[in-house]
Design a protein around this ligand. Structure first.
Ligand code: HEC
Ligand code: HEC
Ligand code: HEC
Length: 368
């Protein structure tokens, strides 16, 4: 693999210089020179950009490339003026419209296409069958990142949520501020209760049941009233987890369910359903195909007054009116009864945008 890269280097260099894309070379040679270093921050790393782009700290495209030493700068350029422009009038050095993405990624030293192809295609992926199956499954549907999969989808339609920081279905409210309640490093701003295990690994919150199958909840310290929520997660089966929306002490209020029971259980309702203590399922998601078992999913919820509206991967599950506290904590939950260590819930992003509250109040939930 490595010697392959080297033999292609001269050719690649010539093409790059001709094209005048010296910066792309910088991006990709970083891949080689830094590959041996442990993954994570370098002095030249991403922190300076995270200050204003906190959502990208845990985003897939960003983290996967960072592990190989490819930082924001390598793709977007040093972007110094943009960073220091208080008025935010200056664009980053390099931007890519959707139409430019394939070409930019299919660079000879980054994702080199085989044969005569000019774009890194299905055939260039390691597991061609898996990519084809993935494509077939999503064709005509919208991915968690808000992109619809078509016959000519580009890399960022399938990979990452790099093009979008907001949940789907709430496009009209994007003027408010999204806050990432999980900082990608530790559980600052969160408090666990119960005996489930909560760890941060590879920029994700990983949760499993306690040693004897105990459940538990990881609560935000902040209190929320009306808000939009977007949680990106993946699970390993069997799992019964959920998200409390507005819990105040022993009054828990509604919970959006994340469940994937063993196949033998013949479940009738799926992730995205809403459960209310003492009432049971107040909203049932009957569509098993909305969730992607093998990959990341995004649950988006609008909590306003007593109305709760839920989307899973961009498709509306439904809306209900329900009781419960008017404000409270958000809680990532692991239900009791799971075999210890069997199922895992991984959460990469917990984005919250408060609705209709004064700005100073909203900023107290900020993590940075
Ligand atoms: C001082 C805050 C701040 C810092 C630091 C910052 N950005 Fe930004 N950036 C913004 C804001 C605000 C926007 C949205 C501007 C807009 O809507 O046009 C933005 C937009 C962008 C865009 C999209 C621009 C577009 O027009 O689509 C890119 C790409 C970007 N930033 C990259 C970076 C990179 C790379 C870094 C680090 C080198 C960085 N930013 C650091 C505030 C910042
Ligand atoms: C591997 C290359 C690569 C890296 C690394 C990378 N980006 Fe990007 N970035 C892209 C591409 C390609 C797009 C266009 C994606 C699209 O629209 O499909 C983009 C788009 C963006 C946008 C615009 C989103 C929008 O809604 O228009 C922002 C903001 C951004 N990047 C910021 C960053 C920041 C900050 C970092 C580092 C934390 C970073 N990028 C790292 C390639 C990269
Ligand atoms: C139709 C969706 C889709 C598109 C478009 C797509 N990918 Fe992928 N890609 C996948 C899937 C699915 C996997 C994981 C396959 C597996 O399970 O092994 C993957 C895996 C990868 C991997 C991991 C190693 C490998 O080769 O399998 C890389 C690198 C990659 N893609 C790069 C790209 C680049 C670069 C582009 C754009 C030129 C692109 N992908 C376009 C779906 C896509």
């Amino acid at each position: 693999m490595r010697s392959n890269i080297r033999t292609n280097l001269y050719l690649a260099l010539a093409i790059l210089i001709l094209a005048g894309f010296a910066w792309v070379f910088a991006a990709c040679s970083a891949d080689q020179s830094q590959a041996e270093k442990p993954a994570g921050e370098t002095p030249n790393g991403n922190s300076k950009c995270y200050v204003c782009h906190p959502g990208l700290r845990t985003e897939e495209l960003t983290t996967v490339h960072l592990e190989m030493g490819v930082t924001c700068d390598e793709c977007h350029g040093p972007t110094i003026e943009h960073m220091h422009d208080e008025m935010l009038m200056t664009k980053p050095d390099f931007l890519f419209g959707r139409a430019e993405v394939n070409k930019m990624c299919s660079n000879p030293t980054c994702h080199k296409p085989g044969g005569e192809r000019i774009v890194y295609g299905f055939e260039d992926h390691k597991d061609i069958a898996a990519v084809k199956a993935f494509h077939k499954k999503w064709l005509g549907r919208t991915r968690p990142n808000g992109r619809a999969i078509t016959s000519d989808s580009v890399c960022t339609d399938c990979h990452g949520t790099h093009n979008l920081d907001k949940p789907i279905g709430t496009q009209s409210e994007q003027d408010g501020e999204w806050i990432n309640a999980f900082n990608g490093r530790d559980l600052k701003g969160w408090q666990p209760s119960g005996a489930a295990s909560w760890r941060v690994k590879r920029g994700q919150i990983a949760a499993t049941a306690g040693p004897n199958g105990e459940g538990g909840t990881l609560w935000t310290e902040a209190i929320y009233e009306d808000y939009l929520l977007s949680v990106t997660f993946r699970t390993t089966r069997p799992i019964h987890a959920g998200i409390w929306l507005r819990a105040a002490g022993s009054e828990l209020g509604p919970r959006v369910e994340i469940f994937d029971p063993p196949e033998a259980d013949k479940p009738t309702a799926f992730t995205g359903s809403v459960w209310v203590p003492e009432k049971g399922l107040a909203l049932a998601n009957l569509r098993e195909d909305l969730v992607d078992r093998e990959s990341w999913n995004t649950l988006s919820v609008r909590v306003e007054g007593y109305r709760i509206q839920v989307w899973l991967n961009g498709e509306e599950v439904g809306a209900i009116r329900t009781g419960g506290p008017a404000k409270g904590k958000i809680g990532l939950h692991i239900e009791k009864g799971l075999v210890s260590g069997a199922g895992e819930l991984c959460v990469r992003e917990v984005l919250v945008q408060r609705l209709g509250e004064p700005e100073e109040k909203a900023s107290t939930a900020s993590q940075y």
